[in-house]
Design a protein around this ligand. Structure first.
Ligand SMILES: [Zn+2]
Length: 390
């Protein structure tokens, strides 16, 4: 078995090794600093004698390096070089994950990790349940304090019957009987069983920041984070966005959450009253006779669209025609017909075309609109005139 250098030295980025075996693109070495991936962290990449190493993984108990186009033979010596920027970012990410999760768990002891992913583009932990932004904020304070304190990150090996194992975050069912347990400590704030690669001091992380939280379905909630310069850039960009929102709402920073929550409440009330008003008008509608065609018509100010669509469908199925125009910031038009003489698509595209608008649909149901609300009345009149010509 190869000497797995990354297990005792996470900082070796260049090394010479002997080729043990070659099977097409798959190359095995007598020693390697390439991390084959594991514990949610993706594998390293780099070069071997200048050729790209595109993937590194375990095949049985052997680490193999995928080197397309190689002409290596067993016994050869090769010069290997890791993509160090990528690897260091992954080491920071993995250490950051330990720090972030232990800080979150301090806030909420019931939290558990469902899944971890540490890649160059994306880093996240999936938690068994949702956490509030206030909890995340408090956890980030703890984690960033640990970074400023530059705590040592150490690896020790424990046996299964070590009494200290109860202080360690570990999933014993995932560790085979007899297998030694590698435990990573961060100062005296966290002990976690992990065989991944980590930095040696928390200060190397510079900053950790959570920039996104999304549902992960039945697995829980994915908390996305960044470390190092990427964390600082992301924090500044989001802070600037928040300042713009604060400005837009005209509130003070400390009041903005309450302000937005009030706005959402007001919007919901306005939407409800719009629905009620639209429903009322539609209910009171009586058809007019346009040369034998039964037409339900209405020019609305900011109607509820869903209610209009439902009403149009109802009038259509009764054999009538619905011609609705609603004017708000824009003009929206619904034309539905249960009368074979009225081709909604044809009429709508002719009328909207004349007013610089657009629409489409089927002969029995078409909808569209125009961007200029001043054209609402004109469109409504033209629509009725077209139906009247039939
Ligand atoms: Zn780890």
């Amino acid at each position: 078995m190869a000497d797995e250098v990354f297990r005792h030295d996470g900082y070796m980025s260049e090394f010479e090794a002997g080729i043990v075996s070659v099977d097409g693109e798959e190359v095995a070495l007598d020693c390697t600093a390439f991390y084959p991936g594991g514990g949610g962290q993706v594998c390293d990449t780099g070069t071997m004698n200048g050729l790209p190493v595109t993937e590194v993984y375990y095949k049985g108990r052997e680490i193999v390096h995928r080197v397309p186009g190689n002409d290596f033979r067993p016994g050869m010596r090769v010069w290997c070089s890791l993509d160090w920027d990528r690897r260091f970012d992954l080491m920071m990410g993995h250490t950051g994950e330990h720090l972030l999760f232990s800080s979150l768990k301090r806030q909420d002891p019931e939290l558990a990790i469902t899944k971890i992913f540490i890649g160059p583009e994306d880093k996240y932990v999936i938690l068994n349940r949702d956490v509030g932004w206030d909890t995340i904020g408090a956890a980030l304070e703890t984690a960033n304090r640990a970074i400023r304190d530059n705590l040592p990150v150490r690896k020790t090996v424990m046996s299964r019957d070590d009494p200290d194992l109860e202080k360690v975050r570990i999933k014993l069912d995932r560790i085979a009987e007899g297998e030694e347990i590698t435990v990573v400590s961060i100062g005296d704030i966290d002990l976690s069983a992990c065989s991944g690669v980590h930095v040696m001091e928390t200060g190397e992380l510079e900053t950790i920041f959570v920039d996104r939280k999304v549902s992960a379905g039945k697995d829980g909630v994915a908390v996305h984070f960044k470390v190092g310069k990427a964390a600082q850039d992301s924090a500044m960009a989001l802070a600037n966005l928040c300042l713009r929102i604060i400005d837009e709402t005209g509130s003070k920073p400390e009041d903005v959450v309450k302000t937005v929550s009030n706005m959402r409440h007001d919007l919901a009330l306005a939407a409800e009253s719009r629905r009620t008003a639209t429903r009322q008008r539609v209910r009171e509608m009586v058809p007019e006779d346009f040369g034998g065609i039964r037409v339900y018509r209405g020019l609305f100010a900011d109607a509820d669209r869903k209610t209009l669509t439902e009403a149009a469908e109802t009038f259509k199925s009764s054999g009538g025609v619905a011609a609705f125009v609603s004017v708000s910031d824009t003009v929206s038009v619904i034309l539905a017909s249960g009368d074979p003489k009225v081709d909604c698509r044809k009429i709508l595209s002719a009328v909207l075309g004349a007013f610089g608008g657009r629409g489409g649909g089927k002969p029995d149901f078409a909808q569209g609109g125009a961007s200029d609300p001043a054209k609402g009345e004109g469109i409504y009149g033209a629509l009725l005139a077209e139906i009247g010509k039939l």
